[in-house]
Write a protein that binds this ligand. Structure first.
Ligand SMILES: *Cc1c(COP(=O)(O)O)cnc(C)c1O
Length: 368
């Protein structure tokens, strides 16, 4: 059992993250695989994860915010860094000073960029159906009619984002790909600029979707790239909390705030040191499970801020004692499993991981 200074512990296996990245590199080759490390590497820690990915061969990275790009630049002085959320108003000089390429997503941001930082590298973001960021199809023709603008911008990458990449059966994927390639032709950029369309799911849609660069995030961190399909990725995350108290209760006792659980037999309850402040969503109350070794035990009652209670009546007695570790995420329950129980997706579980518990990183350089 790991030594820790607290009653909960997050372990991040950098070797598993590196292995996941290498699997995606293999799958996407000859396209370049450029990891998404936005939101603090999906909650797992950019300062540790980005260097591990760099050691595994990654040379280009995606973040969402300018501030994330500046932070990543301090960690990886030589990497190519793209900022997905585009150009923050009035901040063009800061991108250029840190050699960050914004993914320009509108006529307005293109013009602001060219006026403020002529010649600095930028990517061009086209919207092919997600209606979030990116130049919408209505604007492609006007942009193409002004060849001077695109020529002056000379984007270093043209990208778009798939709305339904986790579902290979969704015809939207092929539609978006066709629209993207048509836009690139319309803009006169065919074979002149590297193209990027695929996130994690997109990599598993097949080589047609790889183009020149893929942008995996989720799969690197162990989430299933295709919903409802077997997950080929290794699990780098383990979240453990200690049992703080074990108690025997009679039939008919209520558990937790709002007394939403009532025991229907004499029960053994274990209260552990994890709650919604630690990223264990309140929605898991009376629905989620934790694991004592390989034994699944149900969460009973509501999840509170710092605590939750498990019904361990059926668990092996030897495992149920004060100070014993319980897995909330681990070998027997993946991030995706916990997310499903909470009615959400693994992305939200990862990015909601708490900042209170110590974090332990297993070194990707140990033992080859
Ligand atoms: C977050 C993001 C990615 C990575 O997506 P995953 O589904 O995590 O692989 C790629 N491209 C864009 C535009 C994104 O916002």
């Amino acid at each position: 059992m790991p030594e820790t200074e607290g009653p909960a512990l997050l372990t991040v296996d950098l070797a598993a993250i590196a292995a996941n990245y290498r699997l995606l590199v293999e799958k996407a080759a000859p396209a370049e695989a450029a990891p998404a490390v936005k939101a603090d590497a999906y909650g797992l820690g950019m300062a540790e994860v980005a260097p591990a990915l760099h050691r595994a061969g990654a040379r280009s990275f995606f973040v969402a915010w300018l501030a994330e790009g500046i932070r990543l630049r301090g960690i990886l002085p030589d990497a190519t860094i793209y900022v997905l959320n585009g150009l923050e108003p009035g901040r063009a000089a800061a991108y250029a000073a840190h050699r960050l390429a914004p993914c320009l997503d509108s006529r307005e941001t293109i013009e602001e960029w060219l006026a403020a930082t002529p010649g600095a590298p930028a990517a061009l973001h086209l919207d092919t159906g997600i209606s979030r960021l990116g130049l919408p199809p209505e604007e492609w023709a006007a942009l193409a009619a002004e060849p001077g603008l695109i020529a002056r911008l000379a984007p270093v990458l043209v990208m778009s984002h798939l709305a339904s990449a986790d579902d290979p059966k969704d015809p939207m994927n092929a539609r978006q790909r066709a629209l993207f390639l048509a836009a690139v032709r319309t803009l006169g950029l065919e074979r002149r600029v590297p193209l990027s369309l695929a996130n994690s799911g997109g990599i598993f849609l097949g080589p047609d979707f790889h183009l020149d660069m893929v942008r995996p995030g989720a799969a690197i961190y162990g989430l299933a790239p295709l919903t409802g399909h077997p997950n080929p990725m290794r699990q780098p995350v383990r979240l453990q909390a200690k049992i703080l108290q074990v108690r025997r209760v009679d039939t008919g006792m209520t558990v937790g705030y709002g007394a939403t659980h009532r025991t229907t037999r004499p029960s053994l309850l274990a209260t552990i040191s994890a709650g919604y402040a630690d990223g264990i969503f309140r929605a898991l109350g009376n629905r989620g499970h934790a694991c004592l070794g390989a034994v699944r035990v149900p969460m009973v009652g509501r999840v509170s801020m710092d605590l939750l209670t498990l019904d361990v009546t059926d668990a092996p007695k030897a495992l149920v004692r004060r100070g014993a570790w319980v897995d909330l995420i681990g070998p027997a329950q993946t991030v995706d499993d916990l997310a499903a129980a909470a009615g959400t997706i693994g992305y939200e579980v990862l990015t909601a991981l708490g900042s209170r518990y110590p974090r332990r990183y297993l070194d990707d350089r140990a033992a080859g």
